[in-house]
Ligand binder design. Structure first.
Ligand code: ASP
Length: 441
């Protein structure tokens, strides 16, 4: 007689989906921060709230995410390689991933360069404003320019093979960690022994544990996102934003074209997935990317989104998203391209067509080489500037607004990883019916 008991009331109330809660946190943090900036400005209590509440909360969330990156990258890549199994299939997926990275990042930089040529953002900045911005951030710019002295394309490439894998992991050199993981994965695939089976089982354990942990950590995301956004907007130099509107407009416009036109076309045309579905599935990862400015910190969420919400097969998502978090950076490469042209225009350095083509190629490499951490592209950018005879200290001009651009380019970086996973999965012939999958946030 009794009908099914209704769900207890508290449960019904709890289940706003995670991305809705994150979105609410995002808007609440941003609005509260802007209101604080407008109403209280530099009042001492603002420093207290930021220093003791919003900054530590955001930092805690970032630390929890970063804590999971090394175990996750290593285990996911080993498992990705082992699951793909056959070395020929591995070669095929690897080649597709590489081609995707080069081609799609190339398109991104081309869009950026095109817009920078059309709108000439560097010619719009009055010299005195430029000098003032340079003077304000000269210390930090000098540090970054010094870091680039230690960088060269040759060393960057050599650095992919670590002398010591433990040190590479400790230094957060993820390209090197990935190299070791690929090597271990390949060797484990071709060596069938009791020992390798145990090793793979252990990797599976580490992977499962990491994903479970991220499931818990991500529950903090709505509050953490509010805290991160509050810290940013309550302190942002809005005046600087106004002075560089044309440059910001070009970067954001180009990022938007790549995110909302190029990627959806590829996902739709090659991945056979409707763009609306893609963005709904990617939403949590994109919000995490925007709030943390770090592809690496977002990786756990990216993997969850790919597997649980976009229905990408595990073997492809583990391989493509993990590699992609460090090497597939559409947004970063695009940003580097626009900024090189912007500063060239500002300093009156003429870059002809051939030179701009080399800027494009080098920025594609720059996207691969930049670390997936906040501001990870700045030392690489300084190196590229030096290569084209543009003063690397010029980076000081854009440092004041870097955070907001970093958030935006990181969002594209992560969208690019997810698009790559969807398309490569489809090209590999895996057609998971994602509608049937439980979407568990
Ligand atoms: N923050 C970016 C990322 O993690 C890298 C950068 O462009 O600075 O993807």
């Amino acid at each position: 007689m009794n009908a099914m008991p209704a769900l207890p009331a508290p449960q019904r109330r709890r289940r706003l989906s995670l991305h809705t809660r994150m979105l609410i946190g995002f808007l609440a943090g941003a609005l509260a921060g802007m209101a604080t900036y407008a109403l209280a400005g530099q009042a001492p209590w603002v420093d207290m709230v930021i220093g003791y509440v919003s900054q530590p909360l955001g930092e805690l969330f970032l630390r929890l995410l970063f804590m999971l990156v090394v175990p996750l990258v290593f285990s996911a890549l080993v498992l990705g390689v082992v699951e793909i199994g056959d070395p020929r299939a591995l070669g095929r997926v690897g080649l597709k991933t590489l081609l995707w990275i080069l081609a799609v990042t190339g398109i991104a930089v081309a869009i950026g360069l095109l817009l920078a040529n059309v709108f000439q953002p560097g010619r719009g900045v009055p010299a005195e404003v430029g000098q003032q911005l340079l003077a304000q951030s000269s210390g930090q710019a000098g540090q970054i320019a010094a870091q680039r002295e230690a960088l060269s394309i040759r060393d960057m490439l050599l650095g992919i093979v670590p002398r010591n894998p433990v040190r590479a992991a400790a230094d957060g050199n993820l390209l090197a960690v990935m190299f070791v993981a690929l090597a271990f994965g390949i060797a484990a695939t071709v060596t069938r022994s009791e020992g390798t089976r145990t090793f793979v089982g252990t990797m599976q354990g580490i992977y499962d544990i990491s994903l479970r942990l991220i499931g818990w950590v991500i529950e903090l995301a709505p509050v953490a996102v509010a805290a991160l956004l509050y810290t940013l907007t309550a302190r942002l130099g809005w005046d600087v934003l106004l002075q560089l509107t044309r440059y910001i407009g070009v970067v954001l416009g180009a990022l938007a074209l790549q995110t909302f036109v190029v990627l959806p076309l590829l996902v739709w045309g090659l991945g056979r997935m409707r763009p609306g579905r893609f963005f709904r599935g990617a939403e949590t990862a994109l919000l995490t990317a925007f709030s943390t400015s770090s592809s690496s910190a977002t990786l756990p969420t990216t993997l969850r989104a790919a597997e649980q919400r976009l229905g990408v097969s595990r073997k492809v998502s583990r391989f493509v998203c993990t590699l992609g978090a460090t090497a597939n950076m559409n947004g970063t490469a695009l940003y580097e391209g626009v900024t090189v042209l912007f500063l060239a225009q500002f300093f009156g350095v003429e870059l002809g067509l051939l030179q701009q083509i080399s800027v494009l190629l080098i920025c594609v490499l720059g996207g691969i080489g930049a670390a997936g951490v906040p501001g990870g592209s700045l030392p690489v950018l300084a190196m590229i500037l030096g290569m084209f005879g543009i003063p690397p200290q010029g980076i000081g001009l854009v440092l004041g607004i870097d955070r907001i651009l970093d958030m935006s380019r990181t969002t594209l970086n992560v969208a690019g990883d997810l698009a790559a996973a969807v398309v490569i999965d489809r090209l590999e012939g895996n057609h998971t019916d994602t509608r049937k999958r439980a979407v568990a946030d």
